[in-house]
Design a protein around this ligand. Structure first.
Ligand code: ADP
Ligand code: UDP
Length: 238
C-alpha cells in the first residue's frame, strides 16, 4: 500500500490518498483543540493512543455487527481505512448528563438518564456544529430517512457494546460522538475515531475524568488520563 498525497489536515488527524482509490490512510496527531478551535494545545502521545484505541474498539464493534471503515493498523499513528463520504452529522449518544447537555437543560453533571439519548449536530465548523433534528437533516438532504434509521440503530448498538466493554475495564461511558460515512456503494459504516477525544470516560470507582475534559477544563494530568484508559483497555484482554 502506497501513501500518496495529503488530502486534508484536520484538527486531530491528517488524511492521505493511497494507490487504491477506495482506501485512505489516516495519521493521528498529538494536537488538541477545544471550543471549536479556540483552545489549542498538545497532548503528548495522544495520537498513538487514539489510533490504537479507536482501531481496537472498531474491531470489537465489527464482531458485534457494526460495520466500520477500519482496514488495517499500519503504524503507531497510521491506519488504513475505507474511504467514505462523511455524513455531515456528529451523532452524540449520552448515558449520563454532562457537558453541553447539562448546560443546555440545567441537569447537573453526573445525573444518570432513565434511558440513553441521541442527538445530531450539523458538522460545520463555521457554524460551530449547531444542534439539528432529523427533519432538518431531511430538509437539507444531509441523509435519507433510511440512512437516519441505520445510523440511529448502529449508534445505540455502539453504546450497548462499548458501555459493557468499558464497564469491564472499570470505566463508565458517559457520552460520545460518532461519525458515519457512505462507501462507494452507499453502505453506511462507522468512520472517524472513538477515543478519549470523542468520549467521556469516568473511573467507575472514583468518578475521575479520564478523557479530553481534563484538557478542556484545565484539570491537569491529561497525558496520564489518556495513558490510564489505554492501560485499562490493554489489561482487559491480558
Ligand atoms: P476535523 O475535520 O473535525 O478537524 P480530524 O482532524 O479528526 O477532524 O480530521 C479527520 C477528518 O477525516 C474528519 O473531517 C473526518 O470526518 C474525516 N474522516 C474520518 N474517517 C474518514 C474516512 N474513512 N473517509 C473519509 N473521511 C474520513
Ligand atoms: N464531542 C466530540 N466532538 C465535538 C463535540 C462533542 O467528540 O465536536 C464529544 C465529546 O467528547 C463528548 C460528547 O461528544 O464525549 C458530548 O459532547 P457535548 O455535546 O457535551 O459537548 P462539549 O461539552 O464538548 O461542548
Amino acid at each position: 500500500m502506497q501513501k500518496l498525497e495529503q488530502l486534508y489536515e484536520g484538527k486531530a488527524k491528517k488524511v492521505y490518498a493511497t494507490d487504491d482509490p477506495e482506501l485512505y490512510i489516516v495519521d493521528y496527531k498529538d494536537d488538541a483543540t477545544a471550543f471549536n478551535g479556540e483552545k489549542r494545545g498538545t497532548i503528548v502521545g495522544k495520537g498513538v493512543i487514539n489510533n490504537q484505541m479507536s482501531n481496537y474498539l472498531m474491531k470489537r464493534l465489527e464482531k458485534e455487527g457494526v460495520p466500520t471503515h477500519f482496514v488495517e493498523e499500519l503504524s503507531e499513528r497510521e491506519t488504513l481505512v475505507k474511504k467514505v463520504q462523511i455524513v455531515p452529522l456528529e451523532v452524540i449518544i449520552r448515558n449520563i448528563a454532562a457537558g453541553s447537555f447539562s448546560k443546555r437543560y440545567g441537569v447537573p453533571e453526573g445525573e444518570p438518564f432513565a434511558s440513553p439519548t441521541i442527538e445530531f449536530s450539523y458538522k460545520n465548523d463555521d457554524l460551530g456544529d449547531p444542534l439539528i433534528n432529523s427533519y432538518h437533516v431531511l430538509a437539507m438532504k444531509l441523509a435519507t430517512p433510511e440512512e437516519i434509521e441505520t445510523i440511529k440503530k448502529y449508534a445505540f448498538k455502539v453504546n450497548e457494546v462499548l458501555s459493557a466493554f468499558w464497564s469491564e475495564c472499570g470505566v463508565t461511558l458517559v457520552d460520545f460522538k460518532l461519525e458515519f460515512g457512505r462507501l462507494a456503494d452507499g453502505t453506511i459504516v462507522l468512520a472517524d475515531e472513538i477515543s478519549p477525544d470523542t468520549c467521556r470516560l469516568w473511573d467507575k470507582a472514583t468518578g475521575e475524568k479520564l478523557d479530553k475534559d481534563r484538557f478542556r477544563r484545565d484539570l491537569g494530568g491529561v497525558e496520564d488520563a489518556y495513558a490510564e484508559v489505554m492501560r485499562r483497555l490493554r489489561e482487559h484482554d491480558a
